[in-house]
Design a protein around this ligand. Structure first.
Ligand code: PEP
Ligand code: MN
Length: 335
């Protein structure tokens, strides 16, 4: 937004009024006498409106730039996924294995999760793996296993479409289509997922700025997606003490300034099961609409991401702690 000052305004007073609202302000034009005439308010500074700023003494007018991602801006904080409202207040939990390993495997997990009030069963049928020799997922057959496990237990399905070719099968069987971190800027995929008309869980690219992430959301909505839920899963940092750097500042910004639904994935965010509870709680406090968590009946034998999976036997205790219950005596089996 650009704020223009009245001819008789006191620029220092106006600047003080803007900064006191937590806004990031730069001056762009000075009068012949050297006084500032306009101030620019940075897009990601505190939530405000042109109407509110226009009431400040000394301000003649406020110009709002055309939104670069108008459909994302207009979406609002709540997305309906097959009758489950994400962002409406009650945290949405998306829990399950990294990879769907067999029909019995995903069924056992769903049967454990559903009574805990976990609304979404997550699991990868198509896996984005760093090595081409690593397990790539069971593909289409695993989508059927996931769907049947979810239907048998009254859960919704969230699973990833890794390529354009996967979109029809994933969109048919998933309630929420996941776009993975490595694909956040795969625009052809975003368009194809958008055309499916499904709601989408858009993971943040591991080196993506907030603005790039919002633009990718715009691709999905412009293509026809019925709602975008953002998912913070950690970004690259200089420090490898945790797998990634979970950016809770971005979560608070999306939730409180942009008023958008954000799910936080502490499993990929830090890569350690013993930090799921503290970071999950911090994420909910920061404004997350819910959490995505990986679990496995036997993490040591998991085909992918075993070290970060919460043992299925412990997931009930983890859910209780995330909902504000008393901490367990142990740290839940640190890896
Ligand atoms: C996943 O959710 O299993 C996954 C691969 O996540 P990300 O795209 O965040 O790495
Ligand atoms: Mn994983």
């Amino acid at each position: 937004m650009i704020v223009s000052l009245k001819a008789d305004a006191n620029p220092a007073e106006v600047l003080r009024a803007l900064v006191s609202r937590g806004l990031w302000v730069t001056q762009v034009e000075r009068s012949a006498s050297g006084e500032p005439r306009h101030y620019v308010i940075a897009a990601h500074s505190a939530a405000t409106s042109a109407e509110e700023l226009a009431t400040i003494e000394g301000i003649a007018g406020v110009t709002t730039a055309k939104a670069e991602h108008p459909k994302v801006t207009a979406q609002g904080p709540v997305v309906d996924v097959a009758g489950v409202s994400v962002g409406a207040g009650k945290p949405a939990f998306m829990v399950g294995p990294c990879s769907v390993e067999s029909e019995a495997h995903v069924r056992e997990i769903a049967e454990r999760l559903a009574p805990l009030g976990v609304a979404f069963l997550r699991g990868g049928a198509y896996k984005p793996r760093t090595s081409p020799y690593a397990f790539q997922g069971h593909g289409e057959v695993a989508l059927g296993w996931l769907r049947r496990a979810a239907e048998a237990t009254g859960m919704k399905v969230v699973t990833e479409a890794l390529s354009e070719a996967d979109v029809p099968a994933v969109a048919e069987l998933a309630d929420l289509v996941q776009v993975g971190s490595r694909n956040m800027q795969n625009y052809a995929l975003l368009k194809a997922v958008g055309r499916s008309g499904r709601p989408v869980l858009l993971k943040r690219g591991m080196s993506a700025t907030l603005d790039e992430w919002l633009h990718s959301g715009e691709y999905l909505l412009a293509g026809g997606a019925r709602g975008v839920i953002f998912c913070e899963r950690g970004i690259r940092s200089f420090d490898d003490a945790t797998r990634n750097l979970l950016d809770l500042g971005a979560v608070a910004l999306l939730a409180h300034v942009h008023q958008l639904p954000v799910i936080v994935d502490p499993s990929h965010g830090v890569g350690r099961r013993d930090l799921i509870v503290p970071l999950g709680r911090a994420a909910l406090a920061a404004g997350a609409a819910g959490l995505m968590i990986e679990t496995h009946p036997d993490p040591a034998s998991a085909l992918s991401d075993g070290p970060q999976a919460v043992p299925l036997a412990e997931i009930g205790a983890v859910m209780r702690e995330l909902r504000g219950g008393a901490p367990r005596a142990s740290n839940g089996g640190a890896s």
